[in-house]
Write a protein that binds this ligand. Structure first.
Ligand SMILES: Cc1cc2nc3c(=O)[nH]c(=O)nc-3n(C[C@H](O)[C@H](O)[C@H](O)COP(=O)(O)OP(=O)(O)OC[C@H]3O[C@@H](n4cnc5c(N)ncnc54)[C@H](O)[C@@H]3O)c2cc1C
Length: 378
């Protein structure tokens, strides 16, 4: 890819060839690749520590290599190609291709035919051209006749923690790990971020809803638990709003990228671990009630105390008052929350309040301006 980037002056290809470039420009879901390792396994036996080989990938000036998250990389390259002028036809299949002396007709499934000077077949193992021109050797002369199955797994313990006797130069789980055995092998390739982000999103929202089903048993308990919704919503919105207003102020997209850099991705306040801790404590109370280990009247004061005293609970939300029915979202309260954010919120969250509130009506004006001037596509 670096050769192509240099040869055709397409910097996007160069960036996508490095781990750092991928992370900065393409996707944070790719994984690092520091080695290509093989661990020999025997059925029913513990692994023999000496039966390993590992090829280390030099970091070099381009940094370590990467395991590619194909959907993200494909999308990035696809958009880049369009920006360079490629015409894209999505959701269609190539039915067949007809060559003549001057070029080629490519017939698409929805009926259109495209005329081009030449064709590049990128249809993978089901190659349209190979099929059309009978290019596949039958039977194939190749001795390798293999099948592959693959899946994405969670909570896989790094192999380095399972077998710490092999003395490999770099960790197995930072590379492409092959467990080889008589007649086959199994890859374990580690990917990053997305799994944690999406699983935490699922877990937190599941807890919010599961806690509600417990709370529905008693109206006061629901009023107390509903403060969790109120808090989660406020925490989520204040960081998005902060990033948005700063972006409108500065036009610097780096501020939006900050949204992905929190310590606890997928939680309501990724920059404030204490917010997650208090949410977990409140959910544990709901679980205790569900198991019959705690009385509702004992739970409610605790539900008032934990978020009420939490450092990531904006004071203007007054979460002590756990039984009140109205959750105040007025502009005045939002201003108080902004002041709390700048002066009293957990240190990691303060950056979301680093904007001038005068930008808010300007941002609204900008949005409403598009009502007056219909969008170009319409
Ligand atoms: C489980 C598994 C693990 C792998 N691991 C690795 C690895 O670690 N390292 C490595 O280098 N390689 C690996 N590979 C191989 C690698 O994925 C392929 O070599 C690579 O994806 C081929 O790229 P491609 O663009 O040629 O084809 P593909 O990625 O298959 O793309 C072909 C595209 O053409 C589209 N298409 C097909 N027919 C038509 C049609 N008639 N009209 C229009 N579009 C059509 C398809 O929808 C598809 O989007 C692995 C493959 C598998 C299955």
């Amino acid at each position: 890819m670096r050769i192509l980037a240099a040869r055709y002056d397409v910097p996007q290809l160069g960036l996508a060839s490095t781990n750092r470039g991928l992370e900065a420009q393409v996707s944070r879901r790719c994984g690092v690749k520091r080695n290509f390792g093989f661990v020999y396994q025997r059925e029913g036996r513990e692994h023999v520590p000496d039966e390993v080989t590992q090829c280390n990938v030099s970091d070099g000036p381009f940094g370590p290599e990467a395991h590619l998250m194909r959907p993200d990389l494909d999308q990035y390259l696809f958009e880049a190609a369009k920006n360079y002028g490629a015409l894209a036809f999505e959701g269609v299949k190539v039915e067949d291709v007809a060559f003549d002396d001057d070029g080629v007709d490519v017939r698409l499934s929805q009926g259109d035919t495209l005329r081009a000077a030449y064709a590049i077949d990128a249809t993978g193992r089901n190659s349209v051209l190979a099929k059309q021109f009978g290019l596949r050797e039958e039977p194939s002369r190749f001795r390798t006749q293999s099948r592959t199955i693959f899946t994405h797994m969670r909570n896989v313990r790094p192999y380095d923690q399972v077998d710490d006797q092999t003395k490999q130069p770099t960790p197995w789980h930072e590379g492409t790990l092959h467990h080889i055995f008589d007649s086959g092998w199994m890859w374990v390739i580690r990917f990053a971020y997305v799994d944690r982000l999406s699983q935490t999103l699922l877990d937190n929202n599941d807890k919010l809803v599961a806690g509600s089903y417990v709370a529905f048993r008693d109206f006061d308990l629901w009023r107390a638990w509903s403060k969790m919704w109120f808090l989660a919503w406020n925490l989520g919105v204040m960081r998005l709003a902060g990033a948005y207003y700063q972006y409108v102020e500065t036009g610097d997209a780096a501020v939006l990228d900050e949204l992905h850099r929190g310590e606890l991705p997928g939680t309501f306040a990724p920059e404030a671990p204490s917010a997650q801790a208090q949410f977990e404590r409140c959910f544990a109370i709901m679980e205790s009630i569900d198991r019959g280990e705690m009385e509702i009247e004992d739970a409610i004061p605790e539900m008032a105390f934990i978020p009420g005293h939490g450092e990531a609970s904006p004071a203007p939300l007054d979460l002590h008052d756990v039984l009140r029915p109205w959750h105040d979202g007025s502009a005045e309260t939002q201003t108080l929350i902004y002041n709390w954010g700048r002066t009293a919120s957990p240190a990691g969250m303060r950056k979301w309040f680093d904007y001038d509130r005068a930008i808010i009506p300007l941002a609204a004006q900008r949005v409403h301006a598009s009502l007056a001037a219909p969008l170009a596509a319409e």
